[in-house]
Design a protein around this ligand. Sequence first.
Ligand SMILES: Cc1ncc(C[n+]2csc(CCOP(=O)(O)OP(=O)(O)O)c2C)c(N)n1
Ligand SMILES: [Mg+2]
Length: 671
Amino acid sequence: MAKKEKNIDKKIIDNIKALAIDMIEIAGSGHPGIVLGAAPMLYTLYARHMNINSNDEKWMNRDRFVMSAGHGSALLYATLFAAGYNLTIDDLKNFRKLNSKTPGHPEYGVTPGVDMSTGPLGQGFATAVGIAMAERFLSTKYNEKRKGMFDQSKQLFDYNTYVLCSDGDLMEGISYEAASLAGNYKLGKLIVLYDSNNVSLDGNTNLSFNENVLKRFEALGWHTQYVKDGNNIDEIDKAISRAKKVLDKPSIIEIKTVIGSGSVLAGTSTVHGKPLTKDDINQLKENLDVRSIPFSMSNEASQEFRTMIASRSGKKYSAWANVFKEYMEKSSDTRKFELISLSKNNYDINIDLPKLMWQFGDDLKEPLRDTNGKIMNVVADKMFNFIGGNADVASSTKAYLSKYPAYTSSSYDGRNIFFGVREHAMGAILNGFALSGFRVFGGTFLAFADYLKPAIRMSALMNLPVTYIFTHDAINIGPDGPTHQPIEQLAMLRSTPNLDVYRPADAREIVGTWDAILKSTKPSVIALSRNEAHLLKESSMSEVNKGAYIVRKEVLRLTGIIIATGSEVQLAISVAEELYKNGVDLRVISMPCVEKFLEQPASYREELIPVGYKTIVIEAGSSAGWSRFVYNDNYLMTINSFGSSGTKEEVLEHYGFTVEKLKNNIEKLFR
Ligand SMILES: Cc1ncc(C[n+]2csc(CCOP(=O)(O)OP(=O)(O)O)c2C)c(N)n1
Ligand SMILES: [Mg+2]
């Protein structure tokens, strides 16, 4: 390599380092260690490999980059700025400030060029597996294989998914789960750069992390490489080039770096997350090819960097644009519609579910999970991008697209994903698909929702249309006992911002639930009973969208109100009928979605639950969150202890969820 090029590489890297250090300095917080250690690898990736277009940052076939070590945000922003994304020096100066384009950790939808929100270690790595899985689906489904029409070099989808991860990412269990799946699915276009510096937040990694990481990945079916000097960009470059050629295995490149390289604290955990002192910054900059003035990016450096990216990506972009054009001219209307939806990340696909659905016979009686499975199959036929799977419980949740094949390494366009018993990776992978234009679902038992909570939180934070289907939603599953009987999970889910939690009571409410979900871009949960349910006489599809509605009106004069959800709605109606015989005239409200109800105008809420009337809540789960509707805890017919093993009937009786017991308890409140 010519000397000038070597110098310009160093100059650009040094300018990026200096910018990021200035950002951390002005913010008074941030992570200099990763900036100084990993700048050369991130630079190499952008300068020599990433195919991107900062003028069309959502280009469908762009290479994706996930900064899984989200604490490297300053490094990422400085690199994106230098690469020509729509960021200014002022944006960099506002690092970590309120409403800035440069928040504390990368946030999806806030900073141009940021492909996902990261920060909780491990999530980025696992979500990138989902992004790489989505690429395989798209390329298998859309790349033209017919001879003569397109040649091999002309593909609609062939992007790479790159990840920068740290020790912490690889300590987290979720990265193992996802790496195991990535190996299983032979995700050759997934390339992970591992910033291996033997240091984490609390000290040297020899305190807690001594395994041979590459051997572990090799055992998982990955292609592994080792670069011994993280400053040697030619070696990093070559390793990435080799990884790109391995198409049947995901790749990890362990790159040895020194955390905080150049700082007086280099190699220590102190430099991980504390701004450098002024003296340290001064001595550091003296040794870098930069000016000492803060926030001064060399024009030459940024011009050269942008030219390197544009001269490679530009060719690829314009060739792709021609393929896209040609493809659109020759494709059926369906294909065109699909591609346009994907290109716009547009989820607004209208299905009039209530119209589509078969009419339920009044005598319908089947487990709600079965009904849900049928409805999902109707959705799948109408939505090309509806895909998902289960953490090894599809046979129990029935969340399965029976007409469609499995997603495997020989059928990437399959629509049923077998995640194995890996709930956490399932959630993150679903997020990766959703970030790639899909509407996705994932199923397990409600009691295990905690296993994927951090991924659900990321769906909610990024506002991704992921639907979590959690069956076996209450103690009434009986014999499996307290480990399998959810108590606090609904409260946990309902307390998550930007997540709609549905607990439908019958088939009609399930249709209404899907209808509401498909009209929204938010993530959602459907909690479903494993047990059989009758169709309720007064249930409604359309009212689900309001979150709550009357399923049994008072007969003569309103005495009080019962709010119930899911399986307990039928119980509440029976209790109300019994109490009516004793002169207590109750209204029963089904509340399939608390969040939706709370969003309704006050007039609707007060019409349903007028002020001044005694209100009772019946739900076979934690009382947390329900107090807002009642006078005091005596009005909460809920469960605040773990469940018990026994028959369904015994368990319900034990916790007071029978008509008789509820009737007695409620009657006392009206004496
Ligand atoms: C799930 C999760 N747990 C804890 C943290 C807090 N945290 C941020 S970075 C870090 C570890 C830092 O070590 P490493 O990942 O090796 O990064 P490096 O210090 O080398 O930059 C921790 C524990 C986090 N961000 N996410
Ligand atoms: Mg580390």
